[in-house]
Design a protein around this ligand. Structure first.
Ligand SMILES: [Zn+2]
Ligand SMILES: [Zn+2]
Length: 408
């Protein structure tokens, strides 16, 4: 097989990998560049011949998870190229589209974990991994008796850390490994596990009556951590309506208003202007679980940067007696104008500010686990701003540039 990193040997996010066998040619991941995966900034078509322009040269596009830097450009893929996305990731992506009014007119094929997809002489299998996006996948590509593993994004300090190792063991040895290396360029610090973060959150929540949290709605591990901390400190847990739609759609026991007695939803003021069809589909199903008119004394509320007016409204009602805002995302996003204005607006109400986060990406320990279990003959780092550092960790590291092709 041949491997070409079309884009991603020198950047975090927006990576595009091409794998070619004797008969088939596929793309793994097709997302937009960071640092703004969930924004409304227009995404440009990267114009790849046979993928987004001209006539079809690819047999499939495979998506590892629902983060915008992996899936965000699929609407540009030629209509006759099938796109494969794991079922639950697909639900998250559809809701992201519905709530941000981005058009996705390219249908996708549902994928189940460990049910191989056959594309000509290629067999492609998704394995669940540990990452900050729900049901993220590693992708094993097999053809001509060779195995290539594309890790997608991963860590081993989340709620799926045990599954991460188990699934790697099930995959076993591979010929070539394509691994993300996000943290190769970040300070070498030990990342908190989600359980440790939950304990830190519990300690923090004890000091406040009202806690606002700014986090990604797709980070289900984090929702669970904050829900548990909220429950331990006797607070009602309130999810903004977008998050509530996501937690409700997923096929797992995740804190969500309809099935958890202590979970409610908040419909932000900005949704007043949404069309009736939108309200009927995404707001009405939650009308019995909303707290927009009732105000609890002690609560934890997931918020968005667009909800400053909502928080001001609560302050005007004298509902905020002892409140804080917890920022729980990558600090790199803080440079965005909307986010910094929101935080300044919240602070202006006399609300304390705290940073509490752990990365969605693994450290050297996680990378060592991948190498020790899969024993690759070649390891290509992508999704990194410091690919050379991979040579200090992976015995078989091969440093490629964008567009360079290798054959195994
Ligand atoms: Zn990524
Ligand atoms: Zn990701």
């Amino acid at each position: 097989m041949k491997v070409k990193i079309i884009k991603g040997t020198n950047q975090i996010g927006g990576c595009i990998t091409e794998i070619t066998s004797k008969k088939a040619r596929i793309i793994i991941d097709f997302g937009e560049d960071l640092p703004n995966p969930e924004s409304n900034i227009p995404k440009t078509n990267p114009l790849i011949d046979g993928l987004t322009t001209g006539t079809k040269k690819y047999d499939a596009v495979i998506i590892t998870h629902s983060h915008g830097d992996h899936i965000g450009l699929i609407k540009y893929v030629l209509a006759d190229i099938p796109i494969y996305v794991e079922k639950e990731s697909k639900k998250i992506y559809d809701l992201l589209n519905a709530f941000t009014y981005q058009e996705n007119n390219h249908p996708t094929q549902d994928v189940d974990f460990q049910k191989p997809i056959i594309i000509k002489d290629m067999q492609i299998t998704f394995f669940i991994t540990d990452h900050s996006s729900y049901n993220s996948a590693m992708v094993l590509v097999e053809s001509e008796g060779q195995k290539i593993l594309h890790t997608g994004d991963y860590r081993n300090h989340g709620r799926k850390c045990k599954i991460f190792k188990k699934k790697l063991q099930e995959i076993g040895e591979v010929d070539l490994l394509i691994t993300e290396g996000t943290t190769l360029s970040r300070p070498k610090e030990k990342y908190q596990t989600e359980e440790e973060l939950e304990r830190a959150a519990t300690t923090l929540f004890k000091k406040y009556n009202q806690v606002f949290i700014l986090q990604a709605s797709t980070n289900i591990d984090r929702i669970v951590s904050f829900y548990k901390a909220s429950k331990k400190t006797h607070k009602v847990f309130i999810e903004d309506i977008f998050t509530a739609n996501i937690t409700n759609a997923l096929n797992a026991k995740i804190p969500t208003p309809k099935t958890f007695a202590d979970v409610y939803t908040w419909i932000p003021l900005k949704y007043n202007n949404k069309p009736t069809s939108f309200k009927e589909k995404y707001l009405s199903p939650f009308k019995d679980y909303t707290n927009s008119s009732v105000v609890f004394k002690d609560f934890t509320m997931l918020v968005k940067a667009s909800m400053l007016k909502d928080i001001q409204k609560l302050a005007a009602k004298k509902a905020l007696t002892n409140a804080c805002l917890v920022y729980s995302m990558w600090e790199g996003y803080l440079d965005q104008e909307g986010l910094s204005q929101f935080i300044a607006g919240v602070k202006a109400l006399g609300i304390d500010y705290h940073f509490l986060h752990t990365s969605g990406h693994g450290d050297d320990t996680a990378r060592k686990i991948v190498e020790e279990i899969t024993k690759p003959k070649i390891t290509i780092p992508i999704h990194t701003e410091n690919k050379e550092a991979a040579t200090q960790i992976f015995k078989s590291a091969l440093i490629l540039d964008d567009g360079e092709e290798i054959e195994i």
